[in-house]
Every structure is written in C-alpha cells, then in structure tokens.
Design a protein. Structure first.
Length: 316
C-alpha cells in the first residue's frame, strides 16, 4: 500500500509489546492515553493510508481502551471527525455525556477536538477513518448533537459505511488521483449522514434522548448501591419497558452498563494507588458494590486477575 504506515508487535519481545503499542497509538492518532484492562499479554497490528486528506486505518488488537484528555486536545494542531467501524469486536465510544456502541454493520463518529474515551472490551478488527472536521460541517451546522451516535444501519449512513470499507480495501490499486477522489466521496457521504441524523425526529432519536438521560443519571448516582433499573425508571418517570427499549442494541443491559462503569472506576483507582492507598474493599464499596465477594468475582472475570494481584501488577 503506497504511502502507508504498517506497525506490528509481532517482532517485539513480549514485555515490549504493550508499552510500544501505547506509544504507537499516541503518535499515530495525535495523542492518546492507552490501557489494556490490566492484561499482561498483548499483540496488535496497525495499517494506515490516505485517500486525499482522509486517513483510513485498520487496527487489529487485543482488548484495550484509549482516552483523549483535555491537555491532549490542547496540544493537537489538527481537528478531525473520527469514525470507528468494526469488522469484528465492538467499540464503546463516550463523548459529551453520551455513549454509543458499534459492532459489525455500524459506525460511531466522534470529535478529536473534544475529550473522549473508547473501550474495546474484546479482541477487535476495526476500521478507523479520520475526516478533516472543516471538510464536513455545513456553514452554521452544529455537530455536537451528532457526536457519539451510532450510524450505518440504513440509508445514506449505510452507503457511507460500505464506501469507507471498500475504499480502504481498494486503496493499494488506486492512483493518487483516484484515492483523492475517494476521500472526497467519503467526506460527502459523512456530511450527508450527519445531516440526515440531525433531521430525524423519529422514535429512534427519542430513544437516544432517553438513553442520554439514563447515562447521565447513572454517572451522577454511580456510587449509590441502590442504583438499578427500577430506581432509574422512578427518577426519570418512565416505565422499565421504555428503559430497556432505550438500551436495546447497545450490546449490554442497563445492569451491565452500571457494573462496567463501576468496575472501570475501581480499576482507575487501583491503577493510581499511591503510598496511602485505601483498602480494596473500601474502594469497591465507595463505587456502589455492596458485596466484596461479588466485586472480586466480576473484577476477575473482567481483568483475569484478583483486585489484589492487579494492584501488585507489573511495575508496582
């Protein structure tokens, strides 16, 4: 693939793979913080090329998460709209208080000029497309409401998905002029997809609005051990049925979503422990886990390690 970037951990020693991968992602995507869910083994492959000023990257890797902080945003020169479109695995995108999950047949868009977090909780094969932000938005069009939204199921966004995939696969045989034209086509289709999304006043967008309210409530009350689907339904004055419908297609239940956020909060606290670290049980209880044994079990299911072994992991 002419003018491409090819990176692989295959030729690295096992102990070098994780730190090198984190460095590669930060360099390639203009500043990212990466963690591997506490895993000690890792392998990953990245192949990237350009279609004009559109950057297309295929990323195959073990599970990992990336975070773009406010300081990373300030240190970046270019602004992109970034798309993740899985072939395999899933991607959970969080930005602007919203969260959207993409699997095969869908894509999620987000803005590199703002903070965000992406979870890849299983081995993934993702197409990542970076489109210059200034080449997509119409004059006067606000893009905030379209970020961290799932697209691609039908309509023009489905056409955009197939075009992005086919462009990446055919780039090796394209001339520079053809590749640039393909990039312009991608930008046009992404623009049309966002305009279509902005103009939809359907049951779909109503579910997305309720989903946003659910996530905001969960974030605000995550430490409350009584947080549940029933308590959320009461607080938002809606039925459990509407609550569950809002989360349909997200790849996890509301209870699973709450548990995942609590686990991620505990993991972050264990990773940043200093000399005056709190007992593990205190951390679990402070994030809403009412049963230490249950916490240990779900923590081990997620990380492959007990909380105490994770705290004493490599380099600690």
């Amino acid at each position: 693939m002419a003018g491409s970037t090819l990176l692989s951990t295959d030729d690295l020693a096992a102990r070098e793979r994780a730190p090198q991968w984190c460095e590669w992602l930060s360099q390639h995507f203009g500043g990212l913080q990466t963690d591997l869910y506490g895993d000690s083994e890792f392998d990953g492959h990245l192949s990237s090329s350009h279609a004009g000023d559109v950057i297309l990257t295929r990323l195959e890797a073990n599970r990992h998460r990336v975070l773009r902080t406010a300081s990373m945003v300030r240190g970046s020169d270019a602004g992109y709209l970034k798309i993740v479109a899985p072939w395999q695995g899933s991607a959970m995108v969080q930005q602007q208080g919203r969260e959207a999950c993409a699997r095969d047949g869908a894509w999620v868009i987000y803005d590199t000029t703002g903070t965000y977090q992406i979870g890849n909780p299983e081995r993934s094969d993702h197409l990542i497309v970076m489109v210059p932000k200034e080449g997509v938005g119409e004059r006067g069009q606000r893009l905030d409401g379209q970020m961290a939204r799932r697209l691609g199921a039908s309509g023009i966004s489905r056409v955009a998905l197939e075009t992005m995939r086919n462009t990446y696969l055919e780039l090796p045989s394209m001339s520079a002029a053809a590749a640039q034209g393909a990039g312009e086509t991608i930008k046009h289709l992404v623009r049309l997809s966002l305009l279509e999304l902005a103009g939809q006043e359907t049951a779909l967008t109503q579910r997305e609005a309720l989903r946003d309210r659910i996530r905001a409530h969960v974030q605000q009350h995550l430490r409350d051990p009584e947080l549940s689907a029933d308590s959320i339904a009461r607080a938002l004055n809606c039925s459990r049925r509407h609550l569950y419908n809002a989360f349909s297609g997200e790849g996890e239940s509301i209870a699973g979503y709450i548990q995942r956020l609590r686990l991620e909060a505990c993991i972050r606290e264990l990773q940043s422990d200093g000399p005056h670290a709190r007992p593990i049980t205190d951390i679990a209880l402070s994030w809403g886990f009412g049963n230490p044994s249950h916490f240990s079990r779900v923590f081990r299911d997620r990380t492959g390690m007990t909380p105490s072994a994770f705290r004493l992991g490599p380099g600690r």
